[in-house]
Design a binder for this molecule. Structure first.
Ligand code: NDP
Length: 502
């Protein structure tokens, strides 16, 4: 990291990054080397803050996925990695964590240019957490144990926790590097190899991460990156008969396609981290400062491009006016703009498509009769910037209250009683995150038990740690990433029976 995290990235670093990644077209990273695409097909990667072309990537398809899977299979079955003990894998993950930390400013700047999120958030959240995730799973790698069981009869049974084999990883564009580490860390701790398809909008940090894996000593074929589109490279990966598991992050409709492809090919294991429409419930005894801060973080962090964003704000009638006043003035004061400026709090949305989708929802909200309390328009003339937007007077059945917008748009929904709010908070097909702000411990825990979601935050929002499981109820997916639970996604249990009799 630079001497001062409050400075803009140095211009020499910016030049170096732009020069390196604008060399075109980029290649895939397979078997620890750069590999050309089998066709001339490419796709453009755009800096969402400037709308300028940042890179041209190879658009991989079945041929590249085949090649990467075969490298990963070879590495899993017979390469030097096969001989690595859990401790060796742990040491590798520690070396990699150190390398990512050493290159944190470069990776943060690269991600900032590619994704449009603020450099301050990358320095404070994405990069430190990526390093933490690698450190955390380095600790697990030599602790993936079986158990002993004494069944009736003259038997002794032990279990082995074995790797799944070749794992596919398909991720979304909102936390490109971080989400890669969420899959990579437990996969390597469990002894698997991996083929990763990064999001087409933001693939660059995954390619750089693969280079760092090689530098940290990961043998050939263990981690492979194929850039490409979902419907070609992604589909080929999920249908591949020699892939044993796919870890997916993305939209629920894509998750359904992934499950279908897995079912129709080889019944590969699937874990899905999908979207959400998370409720943020303020009780009338809440600490208002804390609740307003939590609400802002809950919806506006990462431009609202967060799967568990608190996009439905349930306010008790008594608090409605004072809370909304504070929220609106805090939202209006947020600094939206150049992601490379360390003072920027909200950067650009990822793409023209996402920008149009968000503005479309804002129009829908107005048309359905919700009242715009703040924002509701683009910000500036260039780049995909949207003002922090607050809708008041929202009804549960409006599209802005039901559908995932994945942008900086919050709906204020008034409520009367705790029973009513729990029922309305749960009245969604999603179940990823939820929050409760109150000073009453009983009410907090009673609501936490009632909410149907994989995470409930009390008096905070968007708190994450490498050690804490994260995942969905209902159509927000299944399987838990992070924590010890993620190891279950990347290992399988074998029972070995020993007859102790004659
Ligand atoms: P998508 O589902 O569109 O894409 C996710 C990934 O799947 C991309 O790499 C995409 O490729 C790929 N893909 C697309 N089609 C297929 C296919 N047929 N087979 C295999 N892979 C395919 O989601 P977004 O990228 O738009 O991300 C936004 C969504 O992700 C939101 O719903 C959000 O809530 C969710 N999300 C969930 C998180 C969680 O942890 N629960 C975290 C982050 C996001 P391509 O890049 O070409 O589109």
């Amino acid at each position: 990291m630079p001497a001062s995290v409050s400075a803009r990235p140095e211009s020499a670093l910016l030049e170096q990054i732009k020069n390196r990644w604008s060399r075109e077209p980029l290649q895939h990273f397979i078997d620890n080397r750069w590999v050309e695409n089998s066709t001339r097909e490419t796709f453009e990667v755009v800096n969402p803050a400037t709308e300028e072309r940042l890179a041209v990537c190879a658009s991989g398809g079945k041929a590249e996925i085949d090649r990467a899977v075969s490298a990963a299979r070879k590495a899993f079955e017979s390469g030097p990695y096969r001989k690595w003990s859990g401790r060796d894998r742990g040491k590798f993950l520690r070396r990699l964590a150190d390398l990512v930390e050493k290159h944190a400013e470069e990776l943060a700047t690269l991600e900032c240019l590619n994704n449009g999120k603020p450099i301050a958030e990358l320095r404070a959240v994405d990069l430190p957490m990526t390093v933490e995730v690698l450190h955390y799973y380095s600790g697990w790698a030599d602790k993936v144990h079986g158990e002993t069981i004494q069944p009736p009869g003259n038997y002794f049974v032990y279990t082995r926790r074995e790797p799944m084999g070749v794992c596919g990883s398909i991720t979304a564009w909102n936390f490109p590097l971080l989400l890669t580490s969420w899959k990579f860390g437990p996969a390597i701790a469990g002894g698997n190899t991996m083929v990763h398809k990064p999001p087409e909008q933001a693939p660059l940090s995954s390619l750089r991460f693969a280079e760092l894996c090689r530098e940290a000593g990961l043998p050939d074929g263990v981690f492979n990156v194929v850039t490409g589109l979902g419907e070609t490279a992604g589909e080929a990966l999920t249908r591949h008969p020699d892939v044993d598991k796919v870890g997916f992050t993305g939209h629920y409709q894509t998750g359904q396609l992934v499950m279908k492809a897995a079912a129709e090919s080889n019944l590969k294991r699937v874990s899905l981290e999908l979207g959400g429409k998370s409720p943020n419930i303020i009780l009338d005894d809440a600490d208002l400062d804390l609740a307003v801060r939590g609400t802002l973080t809950g919806i506006f962090f990462n431009q609202g491009e967060v799967c568990c964003a608190g996009s439905r704000l349930f306010l008790p009638k008594k608090l409605h006016d004072p809370f909304l006043d504070r929220l609106v003035s805090a939202a209006n004061a947020r600094k939206v703009g150049d992601p490379l400026d360390p003072k920027t709090e909200q950067g650009a949305q990822i793409s023209q498509e996402q920008f149009d989708k968000i503005l479309g929802y804002i129009e829908k909200g107005k048309a359905e009769g919700a009242k715009l309390a703040s924002g509701g328009a683009r910000c500036g003339e260039r780049g995909y910037f949207v003002r922090p937007t607050i809708f008041d007077g929202v009804q549960d059945e409006m599209a802005i209250a039901r559908e995932e917008i994945f942008g900086p748009v919050i709906s204020v929904l008034p409520y009367e009683s705790l029973d009513e709010v729990a029922q309305r908070a749960n009245a969604t097909c999603y179940g990823l995150g939820a929050a409760v702000f109150t000073q009453n411990v009983q009410k907090a825990h009673s609501l936490a038990a009632k909410l149907k979601s994989g995470t409930v935050w009390i008096n905070c929002y968007n708190a994450f740690d490498a050690s804490v499981p994260f995942g969905g109820y209902k159509m927000s997916g299944f399987g838990r990433e992070l924590g010890q639970h993620a190891l279950e996604l990347y290992t399988q249990v074998k029972a070995v029976w020993l007859n102790l009799g004659s």
